[in-house]
Design a protein around this ligand. Sequence first.
Ligand code: GTP
Ligand code: MG
Length: 272
Amino acid sequence: MKRDKGISGFIDNGQKMYWIFIIGTAGSGKSLLSASLEKWLTAADLSATVVNLDPGVEKPPYTSDVDIREYVDYGEVMSKFGLGPNGALVASLDMAVSHVTYIREEIVDFGRDYVIVDCPGQMELFAYRNSGPLLVSSLGDRDPSVSLYLMDANIARTPTGYLSSMLLGFSINIRFGLPQLTLLSKIDILSPTEIEEVLQWSEEPYELEEALDNMSSGLVRDYAFSALQMLKDLGGTVTVLPVSAKEMKGVEMLYGELQRVFLGGENLYEEI
Ligand SMILES: Nc1nc2c(ncn2[C@@H]2O[C@H](COP(=O)(O)OP(=O)(O)OP(=O)(O)O)[C@@H](O)[C@H]2O)c(=O)[nH]1
Ligand SMILES: [Mg+2]
């Protein structure tokens, strides 16, 4: 029988819900992963509230339970203040901060095990202005929270793409200050050999060093080597979780990692 008990017990007591903030560069697969993760959790008899935090999204690939577009009208912000798409996103997120207590209340009222938060696509506006980190910390409040940082396989499949995605991940980690899991998204577009290669770069930095050596020269090579050294100094290796939201690959492993972060590995559901 699938698990029936669960962390909902905590929530019923008004104590805990588990927040998953999905962050990544534009088009890296945040929204589709939000949809797939919800699907997986629901199939495992766990419950999730899905939150759209992107004021500019037209049609996300899931039915959101809570939606920032109910609180701020991106189109109106753009026309009323004569702003472009980026300026309107910044202004919309700034405005959303004043509603954050109500947004959190709406989410908490669902009383579900997990909260999946699909964050805006223009990551540089979301992460590097004050409103993004403020929204994240105010929504999660003191509940257990984790950020999932998506590295797009389209970019991370080359040594320099991988290195720059990793650097961005550290920067995001510093901005949000949450425990962070690093995901390689869209693995269905890579061959098994390519996936293995990227995972090797994460496990064995010297493999990445060799790959960088082979493909770069001059100043780029010098920068890349200095950046790699910095990554090594920062914490050696980062575990990269390969996933495909499109083909639902790696989602169970992702759940296992989330449990490890949230609960020290305790499983919340039982297999049939
Ligand atoms: N092949 C493949 N395509 C994917 C996967 N996940 C997302 N995509 C595609 O990548 C594109 C962007 O996906 P989204 O989920 O909208 O990405 P996002 O990060 O939410 O995008 P923004 O919010 O606009 O930044 C869409 O065409 C998706 O169908 C995946 O696992 N595999
Ligand atoms: Mg999206």
